[in-house]
Design a protein around this ligand. Structure first.
Ligand SMILES: C[S@@+](CC[C@H](N)C(=O)[O-])C[C@H]1O[C@@H](n2cnc3c(N)ncnc32)[C@H](O)[C@@H]1O
Length: 298
């Protein structure tokens, strides 16, 4: 697992916030499920932001949830395997608890937290943003198991689903995208298949899963700084995956640099997923504690 650079997370924050405006519909669905689907009298939420990084997505979730659940007590746990990021997150959200652990630790951690007297009777909400595509089959199994064990809700935002649209187009756009997409699958990561994979794993365990889009819509020169970093890092990953692309990449990058001044539109697709373990989808095919299945693309 590689931690994200804090300056990159800060650069993407306004872009992610803009994309998450489209996530609000799914978030409102989650809030309605919290209000309608919990025991009468439950007004306490234990929210675990997984892959919290430096806390930028946690701050967004905290603000939108408090605006909608002003009569609820909302407690935060920020989970990440990178201690340095969590130090920054702790300063950004002083009311939150931080836990340095891998996603695989989530089932045991959530059981321990929910049996502590301060969180007993709380509803569990898992959140994440910009995370799913770097996870493995084992990680997603831990997520579904956690939701199943505690009748929890999960709101997983801004997962890359592959593909991009650039205007003006370049003949190498598709080859660079294909190499980047392959790179996303390194070391057993589910890459752009992760949201689909999570939904099908949840449904196979009888949980309800719904989805929605949350694309980045970028435009140069206005988004020049962000686009320059985003495109150059994506290109580096593509060439890393397929070194034969090096020459084509150079020509592509020369054109993109001039378009960052003259005009460029980029759309990058993401998918949001909402999982509700309290509402049975009636499709259960496997036991409630899912076992790892095949890894890799479906
Ligand atoms: C792209 S960053 C997103 C951070 C934050 N959610 C945001 O939107 O700003 C992904 C984060 O997930 C963490 N991460 C990735 N895989 C993980 C795993 N298996 N267990 C725990 N943390 C993980 C990384 O350390 C990184 O901080």
């Amino acid at each position: 697992m590689t931690a994200a650079e804090p300056d990159w997370l800060d650069l993407r924050r306004p872009v992610d916030d803009a994309a998450r405006q489209e996530s609000l519909q799914l978030l409102d669905d989650a809030v309605a499920r919290l209000r309608d689907g919990t025991e009468p009298g439950t007004k306490s939420l234990l929210t675990i932001d997984i892959g919290a990084g430096t806390g930028n997505s946690s701050q967004w979730f905290d603000a939108v949830l408090r605006a909608r659940l002003s009569d609820w007590e909302i407690n935060w746990v920020l989970l990440d395997s990178d201690e340095t990021s969590l130090d920054l997150a702790a300063a950004a959200l002083p009311h939150a608890r931080t836990v340095c652990a891998p996603i695989a630790a989530l089932p045991a951690l959530s059981t321990e937290l929910l049996s502590a007297s301060e969180f007993q009777g709380s509803k569990l909400l898992l959140t994440c943003s910009a995370l799913l595509d770097v996870l493995t089959e084992t990680d997603l199994t831990a997520v579904v198991r956690t939701l199943t064990d505690h009748d929890g809700l999960g709101l997983f935002l801004l997962s890359l689903v592959g593909g991009w649209t650039l205007e003006p187009a370049h003949p190498h756009d598709a080859a660079i995208d294909a190499a980047f997409t392959a790179h996303q699958h390194r070391d057993g990561r589910l890459g752009h298949h992760a949201p689909e994979h999570l939904m099908s794993l949840a449904r196979r365990n009888g949980l309800t899963a719904v989805e929605g889009p949350s694309p980045w819509r970028l435009e140069a020169p206005a988004d020049r700084t962000f686009l320059s970093r985003f495109l150059s890092e994506r290109l580096d990953a593509a060439v890393d995956e397929d070194p034969a692309l090096a020459e084509a990449a150079q020509a592509w990058w020369t054109q993109k640099q001039s378009q960052l001044d003259s005009g460029l539109r980029v759309r990058v697709d993401h998918r949001d997923v909402l999982i509700d373990a309290a509402e049975s989808a009636g499709e259960q095919e496997t036991p409630a504690n899912p076992q790892p299945t095949r890894s890799g693309p479906q």
